[in-house]
Design a protein around this ligand. Structure first.
Ligand SMILES: [Zn+2]
Length: 181
């Protein structure tokens, strides 16, 4: 045991720059390639390939997360940081594994949507925010009025909750434009 690893959470609505902030954060840590893991959920089909490119131009393979994933198979004695994108899609089992890893001193950074398009808490995000040592609320620009946006507004009637990879169905909106819709 080497104390508790810190947990930084970037949260906000769509188009708020969460993934960009996550990548910037990873880049700033200057860890070697074998010292950090990046996880993305399998539902995130947007990029097609599972790599991220850090700001020094190096690309890094992502681990595709599904609820069958055993994170302990990927963690090595060298692992110092676990980065999670689209963290709202990770489950409670993963969350308790993450807490165990933090107990070993591993640092965690997560980025995700804090609210779904109905304004409800989204998946694992509230649990992560609860235990976060640093919370960074990112805001987009409201696509109606240009003010700071905290809500994701869905423009279509499609009732399927997970409709990602189709950003054109969503808009960032401020509270009054979201509620006045
Ligand atoms: Zn607005």
């Amino acid at each position: 045991m080497s104390g508790t690893g810190k947990l930084t959470v970037f949260f906000g609505c769509m188009f708020a720059g969460k993934t960009t902030s996550l990548i910037k954060y990873i880049s700033e840590q200057n860890f070697r390639q074998n010292e950090f893991l990046v996880l993305k959920p399998s539902v995130d089909i947007r990029s097609g390939k599972a790599t991220i490119t850090t700001h020094d131009g190096k690309s890094h393979d992502c681990i595709i997360y599904s609820n069958e994933l055993d994170i302990f198979e990927h963690v090595t004695p060298f692992t110092k940081l676990i980065a999670i994108d689209e963290a709202q899609f990770f489950d409670k089992v993963f969350f308790s594994d993450l807490k165990r890893l933090m107990g070993r001193g591993i640092q965690v950074v997560a980025a995700g949507l804090d609210k779904d398009y109905l304004g409800r808490p989204f998946g694992l995000m509230s649990s992560l925010l609860e235990i976060a040592t640093e919370r960074v609320h990112l805001k987009a620009k409201c696509q109606c009025c240009g003010k700071d946006a905290e809500y994701t507004y869905r423009k279509t009637d499609n009732k399927v909750l997970i409709l990602i990879g189709q950003d054109n169905h969503y808009e960032a909106r401020c509270e009054s434009c979201y509620k006045g819709a």
